[in-house]
Each structure stands twice: as C-alpha cells, then as structure tokens.
Design a protein around this ligand. Structure first.
Ligand SMILES: [Ca+2]
Ligand SMILES: [Ca+2]
Ligand SMILES: [Ca+2]
Ligand SMILES: [Ca+2]
Length: 295
C-alpha cells in the first residue's frame, strides 16, 4: 500500500458513517492512506515504513533479540540457500551492522540455516547463546564467544536420526530450574495419506524433548521421545501452563497431515505411576510408528 503517510497532504476524502474521515492522499507521487479521528483529533492509525536490513539468498527466518546484551534489540536471521546464520547489530538511530556468524564443530553433514532458533545463556557465562535446528536432524547449541565476530563453538544437543528436526523451543519442561529443549520433526512422505510404502526408517513426524544435563550442558542432552507418526510437520512451539496445574504444556502447529493439520496443545501430565508417554486426541489419526532402527 503506502510508503508515505503525512497528515496535511490530503488531496481527497469523504466522511464515513461514523463521522470519521477516511482519506487517500498523494504525496511526492506516492499514494498514502490514513484515517483521521475527527472526534478526538488523535491518530488511530499508524504508518509502516519498510527499511532494508540486508540481503541474503532465501531468507528463512529473522527474529528480534538482544544478542549482544547491550540493551537494544538486534536481529538474528537465517539463509537457507547460503546455509548460514547472521545477525544485524543495532547501532542506534535504527542503524544496523551485518555480522555473519561463523560456527565450528558442526556435524559434517549438518546444514545450519536458522530455520528455527531460540536464545538463552546456556552456560551462564553472561553471553547469550543460540539453540538452533540444523538439517537434516540435529539440534545444536552455539556458544557465543567473547567477541561475537569470533568463531562460535557448536555443541550437539541431540538428533532425530532418520527424521528431519525442524523446530525448537527452550523451556524448563521438567521444572528443575534449567532450560530444556522441546523439538518437532517434519515428515517427508505424502501429505494427504500415510503412504503404504512409508516405513520406520523414513523421515516421519516426531515430537520429543531434550533434557538439559545441568552443570555439564556441553554433554549430550537426554532425548525423551513423545510421539512419532507417519505424517506431521511440527514446526513451531510455545511453552505455557495452559491448564494452570503447575507444569508447562506446549502449544504448536501441525502440517503435512491433511485432514489432521491445525493448532494443537500437548498437556504435560505428571504421575507417580507408569503410563503411556503420549495419548492422541483423535481415535483415527496418522499411524503411530516406532523409532527408526538407528535411533
Ligand atoms: Ca543489542
Ligand atoms: Ca553463554
Ligand atoms: Ca529443566
Ligand atoms: Ca500444565
């Protein structure tokens, strides 16, 4: 729509049924749209200005986060085609400086694209770290160095083996005071049926969480599998105690599984007695599957 809205440049307009004045203006040959609150003389509509932060091939994610902890929001981004993550340092006055994040220690077949990331100071050294998905199936912790332009060391948190791990959310799942990682996978078979030839070693839709080992977070985190089915693209999670019973539940999205796609919540249930780790909401759903043979 418009890249310019400046009151006082109105060239045409008419009052609507509420008595408020909707105007379309043209300023410097660029159309502007704004609403004037005639009764209160207070603006009720804000303009949006588009500024270019940087240019990458196939940008796949960008998130505001104070990565250098200097009190202002920077922007962390990922490029799928360039297989890199980067951040735009907030210099003040809405000026930003691009920094590519150089990472070492990734598994040899890992592709770090920044598709999903979360942020926390995992090792309590005062510097914010990044937890990232790395295709095909890795979850990695990237330790921020003293100088963020130096190399970030990668530590493998865990993996989904045959499955494509695509989502992560940090949350204290077990309530022991440290942040765990909740993750989801992306089934790669047919999206509208289970596929008769889809087997246990194909990339399927998995949900699991990784338990933070506490004082030694550089060690591999224990994976707790929740669900694995033929179809499901679980690519976003939020942690909230939805039922207010004192433990964190997860709100997520599910795709690639027509007609079962949608928004879901997974209730955490704690009991002293052993029970199944997952109970599905529907009687009929995509088939549950065992773990792959190389799990
Ligand atoms: Ca900052
Ligand atoms: Ca840190
Ligand atoms: Ca925990
Ligand atoms: Ca709960």
């Amino acid at each position: 729509m418009s890249e310019c809205c400046e009151t006082g440049k109105t060239s045409q307009g008419k009052a609507n049924a509420t008595g408020k004045f909707n105007s379309i203006a043209r300023h410097n040959q660029r159309p502007c749209f704004f609403v004037n609150a005639a009764t209160t003389n207070q603006a009720i509509f804000s303009a949006f200005f588009n500024s270019l932060l940087g240019k990458v091939l196939v940008p796949i994610n960008s998130e505001p986060v104070d990565l250098d902890r200097d009190g202002d929001l920077d922007v962390v981004a990922g490029s799928r085609a360039e297989t890199r993550i980067l951040w735009f340092e907030n210099l003040g006055d809405m000026q930003f400086a691009r920094h590519d994040i150089e990472v070492s220690g990734l598994p040899s077949d890992a592709r770090l694209t920044g598709f999903n990331m979360d942020y926390a100071d995992i090792d309590s050294d005062g510097r914010l770290d990044i937890i990232a998905t790395a295709w095909p199936g890795y979850l990695v912790w990237l330790r921020q160095p003293v100088e963020p332009d130096s190399v970030w060391q990668s530590h493998k948190i865990g993996a989904f083996d045959a499955d494509q791990l695509v989502s992560v959310r940090l949350a204290d799942i077990d309530g022991d005071g440290d942040l765990d990682a909740f993750a989801g996978g992306y089934s790669r078979g047919p999206r509208d049926n289970d596929g008769a030839d889809i087997g246990v070693d194909d990339p399927l839709g998995r949900i699991a969480w990784f338990e933070n080992p506490g004082i030694a977070p550089h060690e591999q985190w224990i994976r707790h599998d929740i669900s694995r089915r033929k179809r499901g693209m679980y690519d976003k999670w939020l942690a909230r105690d939805l039922d207010s019973d004192g433990d964190l539940d997860m709100v997520g999205t599910r795709g690639n599984s027509f007609p079962f796609d949608g928004v879901i919540w997974i209730e955490q249930v704690r009991t002293n007695d052993a029970q199944a780790v997952f109970k599905q909401a529907r009687d009929v759903d995509s088939a549950q599957m065992p773990l792959p043979s190389n799990h």
